[in-house]
Design a protein around this ligand. Structure first.
Ligand code: NDP
Ligand code: OXD
Length: 315
């Protein structure tokens, strides 16, 4: 069996070694190599943002494993018919995502930036405590990551709402108190019932630009935006006017239309916007390799696997 690796953001050697070891442990004989243009046909590939040329050449892959949860860098390419695209299914990302969102939420809700500014000036001053019931948190996307974040937010007793494509129930998700909304028709009610908005949607033609002047202004006044999904979910030009008008209290953004965020972009310096460099949930090598090797073993045995991307839905 031949398995290729491609990922410009990753140093390949440790990935190749870890995959080889995991496959050996699973009793699978495989030749694992970095993909080069013109390479002979492979059986599987693990990739992050592959070039179109790789997909044009590797038409016999049984599966193309994406080294991330979001597959938008691949779904915009031409994928050879018959090649299954498989995304990472948590693989250590949901706990990181919950940490990130809780950090942003608590920092905003408890006004820690203002406390820090005060104490740096030697000021011992208190702010009036805010009430959790006045700060419902709405999560766009109730998938692997959205559910984990909803559970974590609910664990701090914030009211939690979630929005997905298909209807879900509290019983199904087992997240006490979660109010579930689904589909475009229920988006306005979801937004009107949320003050902090967390975006954890995949980027598809339907979700691109979903964070815009019209939708974000439907949040409760004084709302707060946390975008941890993809930069193209947000219409960037709409954000600063929403903050400067006072409708939004601020935003924490991990993802941007152009990454790295270009020098001179107004988000870098806006006092109410926190920027992080697409780091909310990193791809973890050991967890990812273990998951992919396990899926290759299952596919080789003719068994089903989780995380196959639906080409029609795009996630
Ligand atoms: P999932 O595929 O598990 O979940 C996606 C969720 O979005 C589902 O609940 C789905 O609804 C919902 N959804 C999709 N399209 C629509 C739509 N048109 N309308 C309403 N709901 C919709 O994805 P993950 O939770 O694993 O990941 C989510 C995203 O997080 C990734 O696609 C990626 O872009 C981003 N991400 C960001 C990282 C970072 O470091 N910043 C790291 C990892 C991921 P339904 O349940 O009905 O299908
Ligand atoms: C992902 C990401 O999609 O890192 O996994 O953004």
């Amino acid at each position: 069996m031949k398995i290729y690796f491609h990922g410009e953001e990753f140093r390949p050697e440790p990935w190749l070694a870890a995959l080889q070891q995991a496959l050996d442990a699973a009793g699978l004989r495989a030749d694992v190599a970095v993909w080069q243009p013109g390479a002979p046909p492979g059986d599987y590939a693990m990739v992050w943002a592959p070039p179109q040329r790789m997909l044009d050449e590797q038409t016999r892959l049984k599966a193309l494993f994406n080294l991330g949860a979001g597959v938008d860098a691949i779904t915009r390419l031409r994928i050879p018919p018959g090649v299954q695209l498989v995304r990472l299914d948590d693989a250590g990302m949901s706990a990181q995502m919950a940490e990130y969102v809780l950090h942003a939420l608590v920092r905003h809700f408890r006004e820690f930036d203002a406390y820090e500014a005060d104490t740096r000036q030697g000021r011992w001053s208190f702010r009036r405590p805010r009430l959790r019931q006045d700060c419902p948190v709405g999560i766009l996307g109730l998938g692997v990551l959205g559910q984990r974040v909803a559970r974590a937010v609910q664990g701090l007793d914030f009211p939690v709402r979630g929005w997905s494509r298909s209807p879900k129930s509290v019983e199904e998700l087992q997240i006490a108190g979660l109010q579930c909304y689904a589909g475009e028709a229920q988006l306005p009610a979801f937004l009107a019932a949320s003050k902090v908005l967390v975006c954890l949607l995949p980027l598809t033609t339907e979700t691109q630009g979903i964070l815009n002047r019209d939708t974000v202004s439907q949040l409760m006044p004084g709302g707060y935006l946390i975008n941890v999904a993809r930069g193209a979910h947000l219409v960037e030009e709409d954000l600063i006017p929403l903050i400067d008008s006072g409708h939004l209290a601020g935003a924490t953004l991990d993802v941007f239309r152009q990454e790295p965020l270009p020098a001179g972009h107004p988000f870098w310096t806006h006092p109410k916007i926190t920027v992080t460099p697409h780091t909310a949930a990193r791809t973890l090598r050991d967890e990812s390799v273990a998951q992919i090797a396990g899926k290759i073993a299952r596919l080789e045995r003719g068994e089903g696997i989780a995380g196959i991307v639906d080409p029609v839905k795009g996630y």
